[in-house]
Structures are given as structure tokens and as C-alpha cells.
Design a protein around this ligand. Structure first.
Ligand SMILES: [Zn+2]
Length: 332
């Protein structure tokens, strides 16, 4: 850990860039917890922020980097029971998140290692570029780390995997050190350190893992989990100067543009052909492209391109909306 700490000097003062934020959060909580009423517990705080590691082996794009974005939740509790309850709820929520991303991931019991604490789980997605190893039991469809307790079945398959998230029940390791004590009353029993949990998802790594896992090796076109596509739909208006350029607002293109959906985007670089812009959409991994070339415009239809399944259909305005709705509702 020491080697990976990013250190630098400024005006003879030494600084470091933080690889984890347990200390900072616990210090913050310790400054307010003594005056917090009991009804504020469990206390849950979260952040989405950058972390740093002086990583000698940065590789695979965003998979292992010196600077990375993480989403962290920290929980503080007055007793162990509450801590276990929230720990389980958050772990289950994280498990559902990763399942919805369709990345073939597993929640596995793990070692606490440098973080300390009593209980922790890793979330690992199977991928040949992963740096971890996971043993998968096809009978109970669970994953295990090599050195940890496993199910009774034999013949587990060993796979490489990428760590996407990690949850820890930290006990009072940090709260004791930073004197984060629940003190709403003067009774001695309340003067004990809070119990703490932390729960992280590596966001930049999740993006990289998604691309690694879902994108075909011999394709330049990114594939995303449908839950985190940059845009659900791209609309390509006709090329500038083409006969179909002037389309009235009452026509399908005009009606689509009026929908003004934040998850859609309009590629209005109409100086380029439809084909050119479609290629860009495919590269970015936008799953549905609606193009207004000659045939679609003449027949007042939408050319609906299902990019991930390599299919094209000509649909009416209503059919198009239904198509999009069906496409994404499958993944709710
Ligand atoms: Zn098993």
C-alpha cells in the first residue's frame, strides 16, 4: 500500500492523494456524531469522486489506472445488528445492479486484507483480462475465491475476473481511531465507537469492464450494457441538400424531434451522409438509430436500425415508439 500512495511536495509540505476515503469520512462523522439524535441512525453517506493510486502497472485502458472514479457509500451504526442488516441490504442492492448490467458477475466472500474488519464481499465479472481468479460452481451458480470457504460441490471452473465492487463491514477500526462515538446521552453504554461499513463501485473500471466483456474482439463497435448506454436512440435527419431535406413538422421526423427525450440524441451534422453518421453511432454503441434517408422520408416512415442485432425495419411513428419501448422495457 505504501508504494501505491501518491505523494508529492509543495512549498516543502508533503501531501498525498487519497486512495481511499474511510479516514476522511470517519473524521467528518466524528465531528458531528456526538450531537446527532439517535433517530439519525443508521447514518448513511455517499459520494462519487476521484481516487488516486500510484499504480506501477496501469493497463487495459480504464481497467487499472492512476486516477479513477468511484461511487462509495459509508454507513455508521449504533450496534452490530443494525450494521449487519444494512450491510446485507446494500450488498443485495449492488448484486442486483451488476445483474442488471448483464456482465456475468458474482458476489463472492473475500479477504479483508488491508482494510481490516469482519465481513466483506467482492463483486467480480468474468473476463479473460481480469486480474483476479474466481472459481465458479455450475451446480449452485455461485463464485468463490480460491482460499475461502466454498460449497460442497466439486468440479468448479476457474476463470479470470475483474473486480467491480467491494463491500466491507469495518467494525470499529476507523471509528475508534477517530473517536467517532455515539453520544446522545451521558450513559456509559452509549460511549462506544460507532460500527462502520463501506461499499464501493469502481465506475471508470465498470465502464472499461463493460466494453471488454460485451464488445467483440474483431469489431470497432462498442457494446454497452443496455442500462448504461450513452444514448438510447440516435436520430439522423436527412443529408443537407438532399431532396428529402425539407421535412415538415407534421411528418415522423418532426414528431420525433418534438419528443425531446434526454436519452436520445440528434446527429445534426447533416453535411455528412446518413451512412457516415450511422457508422459513428455504431462505434459509440448506440443501440437504436432512426435514420431519415430517401425511402423512409418518401414513405413517411422511420428507418429503425437495431444496431446490436444488425437488423433494419421501416416502421411508422407509432410502431417506432413501440419498438423502442419494447427494446428497453426488456431490461427494466
Ligand atoms: Zn456449488
Amino acid at each position: 500500500m505504501h508504494n501505491e500512495l501518491f505523494k508529492f511536495k509543495d512549498h516543502d509540505e508533503e501531501y498525498c492523494l487519497s486512495p481511499t476515503h474511510e479516514e476522511a469520512i470517519t473524521k467528518l462523522v466524528s465531528s458531528v456524531c456526538k450531537s446527532l439524535p439517535r433517530s439519525n441512525y443508521p447514518l448513511l453517506v455517499y459520494q462519487i469522486t476521484w481516487k488516486y493510486r500510484n499504480e506501477p502497472n496501469y493497463r487495459h485502458g480504464l481497467l487499472r489506472t492512476k486516477e479513477f472514479l468511484m461511487k462509495d457509500l459509508y454507513s455508521f451504526h449504533r450496534d452490530e445488528d443494525c450494521a449487519h442488516q444494512i450491510y446485507e441490504q446494500v450488498c443485495n442492492a449492488y448484486e442486483r445492479i451488476f445483474q442488471k448490467l448483464e456482465l456475468n458477475s458474482f458476489k463472492v466472500p473475500a479477504d479483508s486484507g488491508l482494510m481490516g474488519g469482519s465481513l466483506n464481499h467482492e463483486f467480480l465479472a468474468v473476463s479473460p483480462v481480469g486480474e483476479d481468479t474466481i472459481l465458479i460452481c455450475s451446480k449452485c451458480n455461485r463464485g468463490y475465491l480460491n482460499n475461502k470457504t466454498q460449497c460442497e460441490h466439486e468440479d468448479k471452473v476457474e476463470q479470470r475476473a475483474i473486480e467491480l465492487g467491494h463491500c466491507f463491514l469495518l467494525g470499529d477500526r476507523y471509528t475508534k481511531a477517530f473517536n467517532a462515538i455515539e453520544g446522545s446521552s451521558d450513559t456509559a453504554v452509549d460511549k462506544k465507537p460507532l460500527i462502520m461499513g463501506c461499499y464501493g463501485i469502481g465506475l471508470t473500471r465498470l465502464m472499461a469492464a463493460s466494453v471488454e466483456i460485451l464488445t467483440s474482439k474483431d469489431s470497432n463497435n462498442i457494446r454497452w450494457p443496455k442500462r448504461i448506454v450513452p444514448y438510447e436512440v440516435a436520430i439522423l435527419p436527412p443529408k443537407k441538400g438532399s431532396p428529402e431535406e425539407t421535412v415538415g413538422n407534421e411528418k415522423t421526423l418532426g414528431r420525433l424531434l418534438q419528443l425531446d427525450d434526454n436519452e436520445w440524441f440528434v446527429d445534426d451534422r447533416t453535411e455528412f451522409t446518413i451512412g457516415y453518421r450511422l457508422k459513428d453511432c455504431e462505434k459509440m454503441g448506440i443501440p437504436i438509430v432512426i435514420a431519415f434517408g430517401k425511402r423512409a422520408t418518401q414513405q413517411n416512415l422511420c428507418e429503425v436500425i437495431d444496431v446490436y442485432n444488425n437488423r433494419t425495419e421501416y416502421l411508422s411513428y407509432e410502431e417506432t415508439l413501440k419498438f423502442i419501448q419494447n427494446y428497453y422495457s426488456l431490461f427494466c
